[in-house]
Design a protein around this ligand. Structure first.
Ligand code: HEM
Length: 348
């Protein structure tokens, strides 16, 4: 019984690096129950969809491309950012998966979040030997916490996500702030995933302090921006990487003002004016093709989660705590149904 009601709370405490405090995290009493409810709903939906064929990710189902990259931590970083992965100037081989946010594989002209998920390999102090950095194309997430996500998931599974933002007629219950974020996410225009900015939205530990992170293309524009075809994001990426490499700067933002920069609410942006992003690594995506059936299958089989992390970059806040159970379960279910084995990659 204890096992069923307390696992997340206990796990969070156990995952803390020795000597660190979890004072900045406030775990609501109903979070474990809400997480279990979400996992059940998402698992049911993945199993139902899988009857049509492949078991896909319940979110970020459509892949634009899964590419090989080098993640190089910069030389001569200021002392305050030489922490964890950024403690040593060295290179990591990485896989990067670009995706659409929806659980449906749909036309790229439909407004949606776009994802960039980075997996560093050969990371010695991570249990999985990998360090994942998951980002979307907007600085904030549109749900505050696990309890609200239950409401979102219910509305979503009834095919009326609108009900989450406007539940009933009482304006005091409207979620206008979240509605604005969801709209901004849908309205963000992108023609080439390699030329965009992405954000973690949720916070992470950075040694004894906290961070958010971001990926920003280092060149300003791509020559490939045609948006007529249904899979234009994939096509523009492919045309670009057939001819020239791409480059992304990896940035971190250290938390400065605890009240204005909450840990438990990813709908609140941490002001860039008060806490500017710092350039800590450069990602190079060399010229390549990434369309072979083997590579597509490999990519479908990969699992990214914020919890593939070294202790210095442990995920923080309610949405991230909930994501641990959700991502672990959904990845396991996908692999089971598809008859694949979950293996973390160790190279290209
Ligand atoms: C309420 C919270 C969330 C839930 C329930 C959720 C759920 C999921 C699920 C089920 C997957 C597929 C996992 C797999 O099968 O391997 C996924 C993937 C992903 N999520 Fe979330 N997510 C949440 C919040 C976020 C947030 C805040 C971000 C912001 C960065 C995010 C970014 C991503 C990305 C980029 C992927 C694709 C990873 C890949 O390429 O495989 N998610 N999410």
């Amino acid at each position: 019984m204890l096992n069923k009601t307390l696992p997340l709370v206990v796990m969070s405490a156990l995952l803390l690096p020795a000597g660190a405090s979890c004072n900045e995290e406030e775990i609501p009493a109903n979070e474990v129950a809400a997480t279990q409810q979400i996992v059940r709903m998402i698992e049911d939906s993945v199993r139902a969809e899988a009857k049509k064929g492949l078991a896909r990710r319940d979110a970020h189902a459509k892949t634009h491309g899964c590419v090989q990259a080098q993640f190089r931590v910069l030389d001569n970083l200021p002392e305050k950012v030489r922490v964890g992965i950024f403690g040593e100037a060295r290179s990591y081989p990485a896989w990067i998966r670009y995706s659409n946010g929806s659980g449906k594989v749909q036309d790229d002209s439909v407004g949606d979040a776009r994802g960039m998920a980075i997996k560093l390999m050969g990371v010695e102090r991570s249990d999985s030997s990998t360090q994942d950095f998951l980002m979307i194309s907007h600085p904030t997430f549109f749900v505050r916490n696990a309890t609200d996500y239950v409401e979102f998931q219910k509305a979503f599974s009834e095919d009326s996500p609108f009900k989450f933002f406007f539940p009933g007629f009482n304006p005091f219950n409207f979620r206008l702030h979240e509605f604005r974020i969801a709209n901004a996410i849908r309205e963000t225009k992108m023609s080439n995933p390699l030329y965009a900015r992405y954000w973690s939205t949720t916070p992470y530990r950075f040694g004894n302090t906290e961070m958010k992170f971001s990926g920003q293309s280092c060149s300003t524009s791509s020559p490939f921006t045609e948006t007529a075809a249904p899979n234009f994001l994939h096509e523009n990426m492919q045309k670009h990487l057939a001819q020239s490499e791409a480059c992304v700067d990896f940035l971190i933002q250290l938390r400065k003002l605890p009240t204005e920069m909450p840990i438990e609410d990813p709908t609140i942006e941490w002001s860039e004016k008060d806490a500017p992003f710092i350039h800590v690594a450069r990602i190079t995506i060399p010229v390549q093709t990434f369309n072979s059936p083997e590579q597509l299958a490999f990519c479908e089989n990969l699992s990214f989660t914020p919890w593939h992390a070294i202790p210095e970059h442990r995920p923080l806040g309610g949405i991230n705590r909930m994501r641990k159970t959700v991502y672990d379960t959904i990845a396991r279910v996908r692999h089971e149904i598809n008859g694949d084995k979950h293996l973390e990659p160790t190279g290209f």
